[in-house]
Design a protein around this ligand. Structure first.
Ligand code: PEP
Ligand code: MG
Length: 534
């Protein structure tokens, strides 16, 4: 028996089942060099493989929108040009050229600071595996053939593996690689499958068919458990499942405190799929749409039309409100197609609203897209990182300018669109009473606010213990902001991680918070805390 501790949970839950080792066939490329006369034949092989992969992906894209992006990457001419360039210019055969180009492509994403972008490298590798399997004429494993419940243990899993998952048979997933924001984690979470990712060395510890216990919430795996452990985890699983059923039964109960205050429960999202995943939790909408992901996943600044299409879909899906935060880039979030000057202190540097106000044409494209989407739902605009009244007024003036243009063009939009701001800088706390006169709502961003108030870097592991939103300094700031907002009659929400922390609910309710916005997985738990509040 061996106990393996895992740092991060991708999707909570408990499983006690036999291991199903899910291993890829050997996709190592053939490295034999070709001579010039063979180049066209190799190009033809690559094109045939590419067409076969596109046909597979087209079928998958009808079932799951993740594959629309895959389809785009597979059809991308940069990929084709790269492979054909290596075949023609470097005497590489189709397999080797494909493997190298996919690796180069994936390495660009892997090198990015942002977790979310780094994990897009997995999408590219997924397509690479499909292409290699097609070129080598081998079949990849298929979860569609399972007949008994199992815990799947794999090196890594890709979105295309996960579409075959039947949650009544796949009771748990453990992978050696991958991160908690990877697609497999997102999909597993939406299917309620306990999942742990990035578990180094797990493949060498387990054997196919041997029972394994996992508690994904606690981050514990028991390899080769003895009878007592199997019994203990079996009981834990039953208790967890009845707890889940109880929480789910509360979903249709509006989050009203015992003293009669209706609290808004919203989701933080990075794309339209996240909104779909949050809908079963019966949310009041989206309290934070991190629009920067739309920019970071692109190869260029997304155009007004490209953004409009996304925001419109998001607006139509969002139950009561869709709060779109304007571009919050800089700090640790970079763009592959735009060179940021190196800065001594990026978190105190050129980021968020500072960039938008400096790059006004780009800002206007985004605001016009948001405004146009406001004709399709209850859309709200939110500015990040505001520190002065000048910034807020200038940003609002750009919205006005966009409204005038759209009106002249005869385009529909919500003329009374609410414009709010994040409270995530000490300056915005100090001036909250002034801002409350100009903003239609506040949303407290405790992730940044905590780091700026305490002067503790939010990403520095060495001082992670000092990063504490329960610090009296942060709590006083939150209380002050809520009071200032309420004095002017505006709604005050929170979209930092603190809003999804069960331990914080009581104190935030005491301070008078109106809206809690968090990742979808926390909503059930926070709702329960609100309903139970004494
Ligand atoms: C915050 O700072 O609390 C916030 C929600 O924004 P982000 O985490 O995207 O900086
Ligand atoms: Mg922030």
């Amino acid at each position: 028996m061996e106990r393996v501790i895992v740092e991060k949970t991708a999707s909570r839950g408990i499983a006690v089942e036999p291991v199903y080792l899910y291993l890829e066939p050997d996709l190592t490329p053939d490295t034999k060099a070709i001579d010039d006369g063979q180049a066209q034949a190799e190009i033809d092989l690559f094109r045939a493989a590419k067409n076969a992969v596109i046909a597979e992906l087209q079928e998958l894209a009808e079932k799951n929108e993740i594959f629309a992006a895959h389809l785009e990457i597979a059809g991308d001419f940069t990929l084709q040009d790269g492979v054909e360039g290596k075949i023609n210019g470097e005497q590489k055969n189709a397999q080797q050229a494909t493997s190298e180009v996919v690796e180069e492509f994936a390495a660009i994403f892997d090198a990015m600071d942002d977790d979310y972008m780094r994990e897009r490298a997995a999408d590219i590798k997924d397509i690479g595996k499909r292409l290699m399997a097609a070129l080598k004429g081998v079949k990849r494993p298929d979860l569609g053939g399972l007949t008994e419940p199992v815990v799947v243990v794999a090196r890594d899993m890709y979105p295309s593996d996960t579409v075959k998952i039947d949650p009544s048979l796949v009771k748990g997933i453990i992978t050696e690689e991958g991160g908690v924001t990877s697609h497999v984690s997102i999909i597993a979470k939406s299917m309620g499958i306990p999942t742990l990712v990035g578990v180094k060395g797990i493949l060498s510890k387990v054997t196919d068919g041997q029972v394994i216990c996992m508690d994904a919430g606690e981050g514990v795996i028991i390899v080769a458990p003895d009878e007592a452990a199997v019994k203990e985890y079996g009981e834990k699983k039953a208790a967890y499942e009845s707890e889940r059923a109880r929480l789910e039964s509360l979903r249709n109960t509006p989050a009203v405190t015992k003293d009669g205050k209706r609290i808004f429960l919203c989701a933080n999202v990075g794309n339209v799929q996240d909104i779909r995943n949050a809908l079963p939790m019966n949310t009041d909408g989206v309290g934070l749409f991190r629009s920067e992901f739309l920019y970071m996943q692109n190869t260029h600044f997304p155009t007004e039309e490209e953004q409009f299409a996304v925001y419109k879909e998001a607006a139509e899906l969002s139950p009561q409100e869709l709060t779109i935060r304007t571009l919050d880039i800089g700090g640790d979030k970079e763009l592959s197609y735009y060179e940021f000057e190196k800065e001594e202190n990026p978190f105190l540097g050129w980021r968020a609203i500072r960039i938008s106000l400096d790059m006004k044409d780009m800002f206007k494209e985004q605001l016009r897209a948001i405004l146009r989407a406001s004709a399709y739902g209850h859309v709200r605009i939110m500015f990040p990182m505001i520190i002065s009244m000048d910034e807020l007024l200038e940003a609002k003036a750009v919205v006005e300018e966009c409204k005038k243009e759209l009106e002249a063009e005869g385009k529909e939009f919500d003329k009374d669109i609410e414009i709010g701001m994040m409270i995530e800088t000490p300056a915005s706390v100090m001036l909250a009473d002034e801002f409350a006169k100009e903003a239609d709502f506040f949303s407290i961003g405790t992730n940044d606010l905590t780091q700026y108030i305490l002067a503790v870097d939010r990403g520095n592991k060495k001082i992670a213990k000092k990063y504490d939103y329960f610090s009296p300094a942060v709590l006083r700031a939150i209380g002050h902001v809520i009071e200032a907002g309420h004095k002017e009659g505006i709604k005050v929400g929170m979209c930092g991680e603190m809003a999804g922390d069960q331990k914080a609910v009581e104190i935030l309710l005491d301070l008078g918070l109106d809206e809690f916005s968090m990742s979808a997985g926390s909503i059930d738990y926070v709702r329960e805390q609100i309903l139970n509040r004494k």
